[in-house]
Design a protein around this ligand. Structure first.
Ligand code: GLN
Length: 441
């Protein structure tokens, strides 16, 4: 299929279903998209096309795309038109990826369900009465709904992997510093990473390979080992740790255990249990860091420099974090909570590093429970608990991926595969092997 044909199919589908699913906030004008698709097809024909030629891509609205709205799904920035491209966007364009538009998300990437957007909740394409997960809700949902081929999300505590798990697609949180954050609107700058969402491991790996790399505009960014896409999916013997963790819904753990057993039989993997002693403190460690860094990052949203004054225009979850951050950073507390959280972060990081001294990958469910019904009342603690298994990877700074592992009553369940820092290659190889086992349907 040509890029134009595929684009038309996607646009038709979006016209039919976007109103209900509330995924796209902004599409580029159709004429412009068709013109660009035609150019890309021309390049493909003359064999001058880049590696992403033919791929149609949706973007989370906290990433700057020149001329489109970086609204962060918030009233605060609803009129903010980006004046430049984020580094990841420049890289996608230079490889001929077609950027389609901006999708919905949780407000300022704060949330785990897609319900905190100022523009209404995103629905899960697999089961529209359920949440799609968050905060990259629209990114995962767009891929799952067949509105695009690929999407970019951002992951601070699970926001790529959690919605990928609930929507039955593949999402990668790269090692911290692998992908430039230049042009990403911060949630928590010591944890945020941009990453790809796709329908399979190979496509996700390709997009990661394009967007990664050192960037002088993000001093934290670093060059990471080259990915060999050819090696992905070849049978390899691996040493696997199954994470010891009390899962809220035991049916989820059962699906993961069965998959791992199948893989170990087929590929000769050695499997044992692994205990990360402080993993149970991840949520308590994460929020003081996020509240503090988010509070600091949002001081420029004062109604004069950018957008509206955030305290006056944001929703309750964003306000909770700003007020919480203001409290934590009060002079009288002398930064105690923030520094304590940093200490535990370091401990968790070291525990994972030690574990990876002996293991190739660590496997767990991505999310410990199934998604709830849109609008049902759940407590803040319950909402935060969605990320109990994803946050550790942000604290440790290593890489992880969520891939579909099975379904419970038709609702997708994701498996999280984690590898040591800069070991994306191993993580992807393992994920592709699990993917190869199929879903039995
Ligand atoms: N759900 C988590 C939070 O609300 C993670 C968000 C994210 O990764 N962007 O902070």
């Amino acid at each position: 299929m040509t890029t134009i044909e595929k684009l038309k199919t996607y646009l038709e589908r979006i016209k039919k279903k976007n109103k209900e699913l509330n995924i796209f906030l902004e599409l580029r004008p159709e004429k412009e998209l068709l013109g660009e698709a035609k150019k890309i097809d021309g390049k493909i024909k003359s064999r001058k096309a880049g590696r992403l030629a033919g791929y149609i891509i949706a973007i989370k609205p906290n990433i700057n795309v020149l001329g489109l709205h970086a609204s962060c799904s918030s009233r605060v920035l609803e009129d903010y038109l980006s004046t430049y491209d984020a580094t990841v966007i420049e890289k996608i364009r230079s490889e001929d990826g077609l950027i389609m538009g901006m999708v919905n998300s949780d407000e300022f990437a704060c949330g785990s369900s897609g319900e905190t957007s100022a523009f209404g909740p995103v629905r899960n394409p697999v089961s529209p009465e359920l949440v799609p997960g968050g905060s990259s809700s629209g990114s995962a949902a767009a891929v799952a709904a067949g509105f695009c081929d690929l999407a970019l999300g951002s992951d601070t505590g699970g926001s790529i992997r959690n919605p990928s798990s609930h929507c039955g697609v593949v999402g990668i949180k790269p090692t911290y510093s692998t992908v430039s954050r230049y042009g990403l609107i911060d949630l928590s700058m010591s944890l945020d990473q941009i990453g790809p969402i796709a329908r399979d491991v190979r496509d996700a790996a390709l997009l990661l390979d394009v967007i990664k790399g050192e960037d002088e505009r993000d001093p934290i960014s670093a060059e990471s080992p080259k990915l060999s896409l050819k090696e992905i999916g070849k049978g390899k013997k691996l040493k696997v740790g199954l994470l010891d963790f009390k899962i809220q819904d035991e049916r989820i753990q059962k699906i993961i255990n069965e998959k791992v057993k199948e893989a170990s039989g087929k590929y000769g993997w050695t499997v044992g249990h692994i205990n990360i002693p402080h993993v149970g403190l991840a949520i308590e460690t994460y929020y003081p860091l996020v509240y503090t860094e988010f509070f600091s990052a949002t001081r420029k949203l004062d109604g004069r420099r950018y957008g509206k004054k955030i305290e006056e225009a944001c929703g309750p979850e964003v306000l909770r974090r700003i007020l919480g951050g203001a409290e934590i950073t009060k002079a009288e507390h002398e930064g105690r909570n923030y520094h304590l959280a940093l200490k535990v972060k370091k401990i968790i990081e070291e525990e994972y590093q030690k574990a990876f001294g002996d293991l190739d990958i660590i496997i767990s469910p991505t999310v410990s429970r199934l998604p709830h019904k849109i609008g049902s009342k759940i407590s803040v603690e319950e909402m935060y608990s969605y990320d109990a298994l994803t946050i550790p990877s942000n604290l440790a700074g290593n890489c992880s991926i969520s891939i579909p592992a099975g379904k419970i009553d038709g609702v997708p369940v994701g498996m999280q595969i984690m590898a040591d820092k800069f070991n994306e290659q191993k993580m992807l190889e393992a994920a592709a092997l699990i993917e190869k086992l199929g879903m039995g349907d």
